[in-house]
Write a protein that binds this ligand. Structure first.
Ligand code: NAP
Ligand code: GCO
Length: 262
C-alpha cells in the first residue's frame, strides 16, 4: 500500500483535552485542531473554561469547553454523555490535567499526597473509563496520557507526583493490554522540562534548577509546548495504529544522558 501523509490527518475526529486551557494541553489542542480534529476541553471552574474560550477564540479555533473535575466520576460520566450528544463520540482523549506539589516527603501531608494522586492518576482512570465504551462501540479510539520524566526518575520534593506519573505509565500499558483488541491505542507522552506555568517557579532568573536542568538536557534548553505537538498528532492519528502501550519521551535527550562530567 502506498503511504499517504493523510494518515496523520484527524478530520472528523473529536478530541477531548482535559485541562486544555493553557500550557501543554492548549498546545496539544492547537496541533490536533490544525490536523483537522474538533476540540473539546474542560476545567473545574466556569472562569477557567471562559479563559479557555478566549484563548481558543484568539487562536482561531472553534472549541467547546465544559465545566467538570476529572476526579469526580459522576460529573465525568455526565459530561462525557453530554459531549457525545452535543459534539460526537470522543475519538481522542488526552489526559493532560495535572498538578504538582513540590514538598520534601517528610513534610508532605497525606492529604496533599492523596490530592496529587487523585488528579494525576485517578483522574486519567476515571476519564478513560468514561470514554472507553464509546470507543469500543465505534471500533476505534486513542488515549494519550501525559506522563513525565518522573514516570522514570525520582527527585527530592516530588514523591506524590513521581508516584502518580509512574502509575500513569503503567495504567497506559494496562489500557493497551485490555482494549487493544478493540482497535484502541493508549500511549503516553513523557515531556521533559517544558516552559509552562507549572514550571515557572523553577525557571526564575538565578534559580539553581534552571542551570541544572539545562546542563542535564543534551538539547541544552527547556522544552516548549511546540516541541510536543508533532508527537501528539502522531499518537492521535491512523499513522500510529500499531503503536500501543508506548511512552514517547519528548525530553531533549534527558533520559539518555548520564550528565555532564564535573
Ligand atoms: P499547567 O500549566 O499547570 O496546566 C495544568 C492544567 O490542568 C490547567 O489547565 C489546570 O486548570 C488543569 N487542571 C488541574 N487540575 C484539574 C482538575 N482536577 N480537573 C480539570 N483540570 C484540571 O501544567 P502543564 O505544565 O501544562 O502540564 C500539563 C500536564 O503535563 C500535566 O499533567 C503535567 O503534570 C504534565 N507535564 C508537565 C511538564 C512540564 O515541564 N511543564 C512536564 C511533564 C509533564 P486550572 O488552572 O483551571 O486548574
Ligand atoms: C519538577 C518538575 C517536573 C516536570 C515534569 C518533568 O518539579 O521536577 O515540575 O516534574 O514538570 O513533569 O517531566
Amino acid at each position: 500500500m502506498t503511504f499517504s501523509m493523510d494518515s496523520f490527518r484527524l478530520d472528523g475526529k473529536v478530541a477531548l483535552v482535559t485541562g486544555g486551557i493553557y500550557g501543554i494541553g492548549f498546545g496539544i489542542a492547537q496541533a490536533l485542531s490544525e490536523a483537522g480534529a474538533t476540540i473539546v476541553y474542560n476545567s473545574v471552574t466556569e472562569a477557567s473554561v471562559a479563559e479557555g474560550a478566549e484563548n481558543y477564540k484568539n487562536a482561531g479555533i472553534d472549541a467547546k469547553g465544559y465545566v467538570f473535575d476529572v476526579t469526580d466520576e459522576e460529573a465525568v460520566i455526565k459530561a462525557v454523555k453530554q459531549i457525545e450528544e452535543e459534539v460526537g463520540t470522543i475519538d481522542i482523549l488526552v489526559n493532560n490535567a495535572g498538578i504538582i506539589k513540590r514538598t520534601p516527603m517528610l513534610e508532605m501531608s497525606v492529604e496533599d499526597f492523596r490530592q496529587v494522586i487523585d488528579i494525576d492518576l485517578n483522574g486519567p482512570f476515571i476519564m478513560s473509563k468514561a470514554v472507553l465504551p464509546g470507543m469500543i462501540e465505534k471500533g476505534s479510539g486513542k488515549i494519550i496520557n501525559i506522563c513525565s520524566m518522573m514516570s522514570e526518575l525520582g527527585r527530592e520534593t516530588v514523591s506524590a507526583y513521581a508516584a502518580a506519573k509512574g502509575g500513569l505509565k503503567m495504567l497506559t500499558k494496562n489500557i493497551c493490554s485490555e482494549f487493544g483488541e478493540h482497535n484502541i491505542q493508549c500511549n503516553g507522552i513523557g515531556p521533559g522540562y517544558i516552559a509552562t506555568p507549572q514550571t515557572a517557579p523553577l525557571r526564575e532568573e538565578g534559580h539553581p534548577f534552571n542551570d541544572f536542568i539545562i546542563a542535564k538536557t543534551p538539547a541544552a534548553r527547556w522544552g516548549t509546548v511546540e516541541d510536543l505537538q508533532g508527537s501528539a498528532v502522531f499518537l492521535s492519528s491512523q499513522a500510529s495504529d500499531f503503536v500501543n502501550g508506548h511512552i514517547l519521551y519528548v525530553d531533549g535527550g534527558i533520559l539518555a544522558y548520564i550528565g555532564k562530567q564535573p
